[in-house]
Design a protein around this ligand. Structure first.
Ligand SMILES: [Zn+2]
Length: 340
């Protein structure tokens, strides 16, 4: 099969790779209907995260089950399925509590590289969710978004304790931040402040439910959120970047007693203990347990209540994955969908 491999910073090649095989009796192998490039793929792409030799890339996937191992019970060949970047048994105590991305048996699905024609998914019964039928083509981008960015934005909103009537601020205007806006709207927030200085992203944020746009960042951004909230700060702030600046911006824009949901993969973030102590802010986040939300998200997409696939503003054949990375790196595209 063909798949995307990162050889060195900014050196993505689509090349021939071994076909994945069932290696454990709980595995499934799927044929990809669509895959995509994640904002978090840009960390190794830019060389900020080390790459040890050629690395298969990608961890977002939807597709048709081709083969299952002998112990797989609920997932069957021919089904259209969605899973998340961590495989989980969905039965252990941690999974049952809704934290499937910390499952005691978790495995990183992306190790196999989802930007490819086929993918091996471990713990298929726990990890994969089948759609009611084979979806029409126009639903595929939204279902693919549920695999990571929608589920991650949704977790950010849940972790930030978004509730009806509350004021929410979102730090970060990548696909996750934009879909956190959509999640906050679905969860009933009254006021949703998107922090973005890029016009096409501001437009999409407003379509997803943002009521206010703040272009300032850092100290000025915090001052602007305070100004919009009677000097108090937002009830809920979703952090969807993962830098020191964005994390501090999120914490400082939250009112005492409020909640920060942080879902940007942290790189070099160090929290000042004393400031945190006096802030009275709740912090919760981490790698999103997307599996917890998949059944509900698939329902919302099938009922056409939400259209998260709109974050894909670039569609390319898999063979042109390198251009997808370049376009996202240069912020010419919000998110690139790849068709195998
Ligand atoms: Zn588990």
């Amino acid at each position: 099969m063909r798949g995307a491999v990162l050889h060195a910073p900014r050196d993505i090649r689509v090349e021939k790779r071994d076909d994945p095989k069932i290696s454990a009796p709980t595995d499934a192998v799927i044929r990809m209907a669509a895959t995509c490039v994640c904002g978090s793929d840009l960390w190794p792409y830019r060389g900020i995260e080390a790459v040890n030799g050629p690395a298969p890339m990608g961890h977002e996937y939807v597709g048709i089950v081709e083969e299952v191992g002998s112990e797989v019970r609920s997932i069957k060949p021919g089904q259209f399925v969605i899973g998340s970047f961590f495989a989980s048994d969905n039965t252990c105590e941690i999974c049952q509590a809704g934290y499937q991305s910390s499952c005691v048996h978790r495995e990183y699905v992306g190790a196999g590289g989802a930007q490819a024609e086929h993918l091996r998914v471990p713990l298929a019964d726990g990890t994969l969710v089948a759609t009611p039928e084979i979806p029409s083509n126009d639903l595929v981008p939204s279902l693919l978004a549920a695999s990571d960015v929608l589920g991650t934005g949704w977790f950010g909103a849940v972790a930030a304790d978004v509730r009806p009537g509350k004021t929410v601020a979102v730090v970060g205007d990548g696909a996750v931040g934009l879909l956190a806006v959509l999640a906050a709207r679905q969860l009933g927030a009254e006021r949703i402040i998107a922090m973005s200085r890029h016009e096409p992203r501001q437009k999409l944020a407003i379509e997803f439910g943002a009521t206010d746009i703040v272009t300032e960042r850092g100290v000025e951004g915090v001052a602007k959120i305070k100004e919009l909230t009677g000097g108090l700060g937002a009830h809920s702030v979703i952090e969807a970047v993962g830098t020191q600046e964005s994390m501090m911006q999120a914490i400082r824009a939250t009112r005492p007693g409020g909640h920060v949901g942080y879902v940007g993969v942290a790189h070099g973030v160090e929290l000042p203990g004393e400031e945190l102590f006096f802030s009275h802010v709740h912090l919760h986040g981490g790698p999103a347990p997307v599996r917890r939300f998949l059944p509900e998200l698939i329902d919302l997409i099938y009922n056409r209540d939400i259209d998260p696939g709109r974050v894909f503003d670039l569609t390319l054949p898999l063979d042109q994955a390198a251009e997808g990375y370049r376009a996202m790196d240069e912020r010419r595209a919000i998110k690139a969908l790849l068709r195998p």
